[in-house]
Design a binder for this molecule. Sequence first.
Ligand code: PMP
Length: 440
Amino acid sequence: MSHIFPRHTKQNPPVAVRGDGCYLYDSNGKQYLDASGGAAVSCLGHNDRTVIEAVKAQLDSLAYAHTGFLTSEPAETLADLLIEHAPGDLDRVYLVSGGSEAVEAALKLARQYFVEKGEPQRGRLIARKQSYHGNTMGALSAGGNAWRRAQFGPLLIDMSHIDPCYAYRLQQEGESEEAYGIRAANLLEEELLRVGPETVMAFIAEPVVGATAGAVPAVKGYFKRIREICDQYGILLILDEVMCGMGRTGSLFACEQDGVAPDILCIAKGLGAGYQPIGAMLCSKQIYQAIADGSGFFQHGHTYIGHPCAAAAGVAVVKSLLGRDLVSAADRQGHKLRTALAAEFGTHLNIGDIRGRGLFVGVELVADRMTKAPLDPDRKTAARIKAAAFEAGMICYPMSGTIDGQSGDHVLLAPPFIITDPQIDELVGKLSKAVDAGLA
Ligand code: PMP
């Protein structure tokens, strides 16, 4: 009998024993094509020797040093590398152990920044309904996904959640993409004016929405207008690239393609590529300087921040992404994947939208592609697709539509950037069968 506390207590997941390239293997020898890189984590695939050797070497020299006393060489190198390639005037890196920790650090830094600047009334956060920012209480409060929030009500921080930029469902007929982008972004200004802009510290969003909606990019111009509004009202822009960052969308940081830079950027997942748990919060010179000129102390921290072995993995991952041109590979293979999906599903009655950027791809399922009517939630189509794909030897990331109608049932695909053309064919073939089984 297993003593593991599994995600679903009624299921006994197989035991994974080995990974190689785009495949995982369980203890019965069954092979799985990892079409979602776990949860958009394994950007380099499994068993990348360079990263493994880098972590081993770090363990041999220094396993751990508490950041209250010391920094470490891999942490310094990783911070330098990230800042060298980061957009805008991001200047400082705070290393953590994952995505939720990166978001928590971002929220606390935003708050402390305004307190130190003498604007303590700025405590409110605005986010979007279609969003997931992590599972710890602060990050969960920031997220707008109604299903994930439902049970934790009284403990969550009071927030504003505005409608997302979701062209498939919210762009009106006859409305141009540009006009829709401006209209969607202006919802932020409306909310600021409703609650009082002087009470708001920040707006947080995922440049390409991941776990709650299935790779939804904003339309062109949306984030530029968001940036303008943030600047006009003096609030910080926090971009959560935990899922969509680190090359996943075909540029090292997703926001590069929107032509904006945030004040605070959160990354994780692909930063460690699954070889170590690591995340990071990057902040602008201005924010760092305000703390440096004020108390001189960011009142935050966890035991394992800046862990040398995690940082060593991060360095090896970033060097691999850049040195092996894997970000362009994500862009190129992503185009091929979307083209293959369009060929397979382009006229399928139940496939409403195929979207995404790079190797961050979403397929939205509907009852009828002409009306975009969502599927009956009681049919649990997404869960059935996931089970059918798993049975057939493929891991993908289907999610049910949200109870507030902010997204429909969808499948998120985020394979390793090393995925080959035949593996793309295998992925689409297996997904096609799983979709049929899920809809049957
Ligand atoms: N933000 C986003 C956008 C995410 O997708 C996730 C994880 N799915 C998180 C934050 C939380 O990251 P973690 O699970 O590493 O805590």
